[in-house]
Ligand binder design. Structure first.
Ligand SMILES: Nc1ncnc2c1ncn2[C@@H]1O[C@H](COP(=O)(O)OP(=O)(O)OP(=O)(O)O)[C@@H](O)[C@H]1O
Ligand SMILES: [Mg+2]
Length: 112
């Protein structure tokens, strides 16, 4: 199992959720975050306007997937999150040791 942590533009969340549902990936955690990348947030466009801020609002999506699903999920996130402008975001991938569905006690992939 892998954890995908994608930092994306807030306005891309619905598109990404829709694409993930097509892959039968339904579980995810979303957080509103503030961040900066190589430009330290400067001179990016936020909702069509150039903003001068040290950090910009982004959404962090955390998704646990099977190893087999990983590349397809990365691909749809990249496609749906892409505008070609600075600040499109970033994806980090982590190994996941275990998962537990609290209701049933299932462990591992069966709990995801
Ligand atoms: N090295 C990093 N560590 C943690 N979070 C990061 C890192 N780089 C980017 N982020 C997060 O991703 C968001 C988007 O980053 P961004 O897409 O601007 O990266 P970038 O490297 O500057 O690429 P680009 O040149 O395309 O803008 C940031 O606001 C921040 O929340
Ligand atoms: Mg940037």
């Amino acid at each position: 199992m892998k954890k995908i942590e994608a930092i994306i533009r807030p306005e891309k969340v619905e598109d990404i959720k829709e694409e993930l549902n097509k892959l039968n990936v339904n579980g995810l955690t979303l957080s509103q975050v503030m961040g900066c990348g190589q430009q330290k947030g400067w001179k990016e466009y936020f909702r069509g306007t150039e903003v001068i801020l040290s950090v910009l609002p982004k959404v962090k999506a955390e998704i646990i997937v099977t190893d087999a699903q990983l590349e397809a999920v990365i691909e749809v996130i990249c496609k749906a999150a892409h505008t070609g402008e600075l600040g499109d975001g970033k994806i980090f991938v982590y190994d996941v040791v275990d998962a537990i569905r609290i209701r049933t006690g299932e462990r591992g992939i069966g709990a995801v």
